[in-house]
Design a protein around this ligand. Sequence first.
Ligand SMILES: NC(=O)c1ccc[n+]([C@@H]2O[C@H](COP(=O)([O-])OP(=O)(O)OC[C@H]3O[C@@H](n4cnc5c(N)ncnc54)[C@H](O)[C@@H]3O)[C@@H](O)[C@H]2O)c1
Ligand SMILES: [Zn+2]
Ligand SMILES: [Zn+2]
Length: 361
Amino acid sequence: MVHKVKGAVVRSKNADVTLETILVPDPGPGEALVDILTCGVCHTDLHYKQGAINDDFPFLLGHEATGVVSAVGPDVTEVAPGDRVVLNWRAVCGECRACRRGEPQYCFNTHNATQKMTLEDGTELTAALGIGAFAEKTLVAAGQCTKVDPDADPAAVGLLGCGVMAGIGAAINTGNVQRGDSVAVIGCGGVGVAAVAGAVLAGATTVIAVDIDAKKLQRAKDLGATHTVDSSAVDPVEAIRELTGGFGADVVIDAVGRPETYKQAFYARDLAGTVVLVGVPSPEMTLELPLLDVFGRGGSLKSSWYGDCLPSRDFPMLISLYRQGKLDLDAFVTERITISQIEEAFGKMHAGAVLRSVVEL
Ligand SMILES: NC(=O)c1ccc[n+]([C@@H]2O[C@H](COP(=O)([O-])OP(=O)(O)OC[C@H]3O[C@@H](n4cnc5c(N)ncnc54)[C@H](O)[C@@H]3O)[C@@H](O)[C@H]2O)c1
Ligand SMILES: [Zn+2]
Ligand SMILES: [Zn+2]
């Protein structure tokens, strides 16, 4: 059977998001059909719309979602109809060279649904990050469903499906922040503020939030930043050094993903410190650094895919911390909107007015 539902589609580069009837097939082997409850608006959706990820239009947007499994393919055992799930975009394969050496968080062959969702005329849709959850139903690989406690607010826990997990994981997994560390986070949108929260969870004692927008800095403070730096007014490298005894931070996280913010991160870390790039650059961006500084400053320059998370390990753990009051996921949900308000939500994201707008389906 094919299900006809409404979905938010971008047909061509920079076109407005339109609500379209989409066709979602029943799940085949290894697949699950999910009724979406909520889906957050992430900057990566905007990157898709702008053609900055690839040119495989039309896109079915949305990827930070909570839903309920409504059907599974014949061989699927990990989830069953009725399960409350948070969707993830890195369903590990278990067989590639990363999985085989015990590092499935780096899986090089992550799974998505095999069958395609389409427009009514049969045009195949590219689902954002293999999810496509600005829709009443979506089809994913069963491994993209992480079963979670049905009592938690879907809007809040669904954000673990992308930005919040990417940010927290950039701090605790990729950056390996330790108790007593100093951490600076450049760019305090949903991802960056989550990195602030992750650094706090890990026990960092100095957590410096950097942004060009004062509203974002206040939110970072609310989530535990000990200091804030407005980099539209002061040199963030100088400011971070001043706040860390003249040395720089142990871990600096770039949650913007531009050459200038990466350079700031590179020079704002202490000798032998760590830079984590979690913001996603666009294809035309390049970086020039003196190679002697790369060598001479030591340490490590890392990139963070999805916070190097393992959804099956990290989502339930973070939801537990949320329920215990140790991680304020509610603070990330700035507003709840309908599926017809996604364009407006992009505008608010651009204006810095929200951490996350969450679509309720
Ligand atoms: N690596 C991953 O797995 C992953 C996952 C999700 C999102 N992302 C990426 O993370 C980035 C942030 O996403 P988001 O949803 O938080 O976006 P967002 O738009 O909510 O936040 C971006 C923030 O950066 C700030 N900013 C912009 N330019 C700046 C500058 N020059 N200096 C300091 N701050 C600056 C903005 O004011 C804003 O607060 C995006 O590139 C997104 O694609 C990466
Ligand atoms: Zn793998
Ligand atoms: Zn995202």
